[in-house]
Ligand binder design. Structure first.
Ligand code: PSU
Ligand code: MN
Length: 302
């Protein structure tokens, strides 16, 4: 087996019971300690509450893992950004050197697919950064959706990105992007982006039916399930936009580049909003985990 599963995850995967993958970059790089540890524990509870087995994915001492112990979750949360952020390109490097790494959406999708897990809950997927036409900074997440057969529940994509370009690239890659209960593509902290979602489905069972249809036809790759943050938790676009723009300007000024960009922006927006964006981020992760568990349950039934 290429991926080491915990007993609970192995048992569920072998029986075709519902499993939901979770990523570890969001723990080590996406949120500060101790909120990251609380989030990591709570999201697993939400998945269990929805009737699925949680499988937090990471690389530990060179081993691809699906399912972490509580001590391991705490290790990723406490160590934070000094743990390597591992995207798909980094997997062989970290494995060969027997290192430990936190997996992004892209590498989590790849490892989930290798482990036979078809549903994954995250906060927000990566995308094309603004000015990507010049910088070519387009998240590997968008390529991975063309390759790995996993449905990813995400609160759309962050407004730190170029959302129209992100949707164009997903289209080019042949990736279905579904608004879950909405005709609009959500913008992470905000429910609205002003952009239409290319497709709309209203129930977990409809999403499961589409996953079955896609993969049984041999249509490779993932599905973006864009699930808007709840109205009670959202930060309206008019309010968050100036903060996002300030963080983007600072990143440019300081010459932040490559894989540092996304963690830098998340951290600065949390500081600028005095924790409000972090609260919204945690709330939308839980909201995504609930939907992902429902999709995993519906998929397992089919
Ligand atoms: N969105 C979040 N929190 C995160 C990330 C995205 O709300 O921590 C992480 C995910 O792991 C995603 C990665 O895959 O950022 C994208 O990084 P990049 O833009 O460098 O590809
Ligand atoms: Mn990038």
């Amino acid at each position: 087996m290429k991926v080491q599963l915990t007993e609970a995850v192995r048992h569920a995967v072998t029986r075709g019971a519902p499993v939901v993958a979770l990523e570890s970059t969001i723990i080590a790089h996406g949120m500060p300690y101790p909120q990251n540890l609380e989030m990591a524990r709570e999201v697993e509870e939400v998945v269990r509450g929805g009737g699925a087995v949680p499988a937090t994915i990471a690389i530990v001492d060179g081993v691809l893992r699906a399912g972490l112990s509580d001590a391991e979750l705490a290790h990723f949360a406490e160590t934070g950004p000094s743990i390597m952020k591992v995207s798909t390109r980094d997997i062989p490097y970290v494995v060969a050197r027997r290192q430990t790494g936190a997996t992004t959406v892209a590498s989590t999708m790849r490892i989930a697919a290798l482990a036979g897990i078809r549903v994954f809950a995250t906060g927000g997927i990566g995308g094309a950064h603004r000015e990507a036409g010049e910088s070519f900074d387009i998240s590997n997440d968008l390529n991975e959706f063309a390759v790995s057969d996993v449905a990813v529940v995400t609160a759309g994509a962050k407004a730190i990105l170029d959302l129209p370009l992100t949707l164009e690239i997903l289209e080019t890659n042949g990736v279905p992007v579904v608004g879950f209960g909405t005709g609009e593509f959500p913008a992470f902290y905000s429910r609205q982006s002003g952009l239409a979602a290319p497709m709309r489905l209203d129930t977990a069972d409809e999403v499961a039916a589409m996953m079955k249809a896609k993969w049984s036809l041999g249509l490779k790759g993932g599905v973006v399930v864009a699930n808007p943050i709840s109205p009670a938790d959202e930060i309206p676009a008019s309010e968050i936009t100036p903060h996002i723009n300030r963080a983007l300007a600072e990143a440019k000024e300081q010459g932040v580049a490559g894989k540092q960009v996304t963690p830098f922006l998340l951290k600065r927006i949390t500081e600028i909003t005095e924790g409000r964006s972090l609260k919204a981020n945690i709330a939308l992760v839980m909201n995504n985990a609930r939907v992902a568990a429902a999709i995993a349950v519906a998929y397992a039934r089919r």
